[in-house]
Ligand binder design. Structure first.
Ligand code: NAD
Length: 338
């Protein structure tokens, strides 16, 4: 009988912890590897609390060949979901070598070990950042790709590596999910996003201002060519995003070679719409001001998610109100994170 066990790299992190929970709920066994560079074990303890299942966690770096080999020697995996890596765009311009090493060398090491153990199925966390500054919206998967920073380039390079690998050996089944902007938290308020230091993304920033942890939100740019002048993004609930991974695992046996899919809702919301919706849904005021544009930011980015719908049978189900309600519950219940 083939294995029902999934290796989740970076499973203690934001998207990894929610996906681990949904994999359990779908009946899979899960093993997590994570070096805890940007997370804590507490997230998995809470996944255990929610699922009633036990997670086997190996605290290791995906670049560590010996440690990863030992995990594969102990378990037979149906597939790997590869979240582990660094993700802060700004930081990637300051320490590019760390980004190339962790995101690219880490993935190459993982792929080598997978190959050694005849595990040829992988779901990779790519990003809408690979579209650079798109010529139009909505964005389809065949749009040209480019990158404006080292983080984005790591995603582009890993996509190319995975394509080369599956061209060279048709045993590979590779699904690359290009996430748009994940926000929100599990409805229990027990797991969510825990940014370290000053949040890089809009939603944790909004909720920290609302909670009184920060004075005000700086909105980068009010003069974009959008209806209210602020940038427009496709925000997707982390539970919907996690569900896309479970659907990908269900379909992966039949998807030979590489499959590249946008994971977004197909709706774009401006920064000001996000602030006002948060205020309406929670009743809490969010102090904000409009400041200069941030280098590298684009005006509009939202997905055409039809391909994911036809290939995976997946569709985002949760709306912006759900995203706001769940973010705020997580923030209120866990003012200092895990
Ligand atoms: N959150 C987003 O907005 C977003 C958008 C697009 C793509 N992604 C990608 O999705 C993946 C998961 O993102 P997330 O938001 O859950 O981030 P996260 O930082 O919460 O999770 C990543 C996890 O990987 C672990 N990790 C990092 N480097 C590692 C290494 N070398 N070895 C082992 N573990 C390591 C971290 O400790 C963390 O638990 C990342 O690859 C990220 O680039 C995220």
């Amino acid at each position: 009988m083939s294995s029902n066990k999934i290796l989740v790299t970076g499973g203690c992190g934001y998207i990894g912890s929610h996906t681990t929970l949904l994999l359990f709920e779908a009946g899979f066994d899960v093993v997590v590897v994570d070096n805890l560079a940007n997370s804590s074990k507490e997230s998995l303890r809470r996944v255990e609390q929610l699922s009633g299942k036990t997670v086997e966690l190996y605290q290791l770096d995906v670049r560590d060949n010996d440690a990863l080999t030992a995990v594969f020697a102990k378990h037979e995996f149906k597939a790997v979901i590869h979240f582990a890596g660094l993700k802060a765009v700004g930081e990637s311009t300051e320490i590019p070598l760390d980004y190339y090493d962790q995101n690219i060398s880490g993935t190459i090491n993982l792929l080598k070990v997978m190959q050694q153990f005849n595990c040829y199925q992988i779901v990779f966390s790519s990003s809408a950042t690979v579209y650079g500054d798109p010529a139009s919206v909505p964005i389809t998967e065949d749009f040209p790709t480019s990158a404006t920073n080292p983080y984005g380039r790591t995603k582009l390079f890993v996509e190319e590596i995975l394509r080369d690998l599956s061209r060279a050996d048709d045993q590979w089944h590779v699904i690359m999910l290009r996430y748009f902007n994940p926000i929100g938290a599990h409805q229990s308020g027990l797991i969510g996003e825990q940014p370290q230091g000053i949040p890089n993304n809009l939603m944790p920033f909004i909720s920290q201002v609302a909670a009184g942890k920060r004075d005000k939100l700086s909105i980068f740019g009010g003069d974009y060519s959008t209806p209210d002048g602020t940038g427009i993004r496709d925000y997707i609930h982390v539970m919907d995003l996690s569900d896309a991974h479970v659907k990908a695992i269900h379909k992966i046996d039949g998807l030979v070679g590489t499959t590249t899919l946008n994971i977004g809702t197909g709706n774009g919301y401006s920064v000001l719409e996000m602030v006002h919706t948060f205020e309406e849904v929670t009743g809490v005021f969010v102090a904000h001001e409009i400041v200069e544009r941030r280098a590298g930011d684009i005006a509009e980015c939202w997905a055409e998610p039809k391909l994911a719908s036809s290939v995976l049978g997946w569709k985002a189900k949760l709306n912006l109100n759900d995203m706001m309600t769940d973010t705020w519950r997580w923030q209120k219940d866990n003012p200092d994170g895990f």
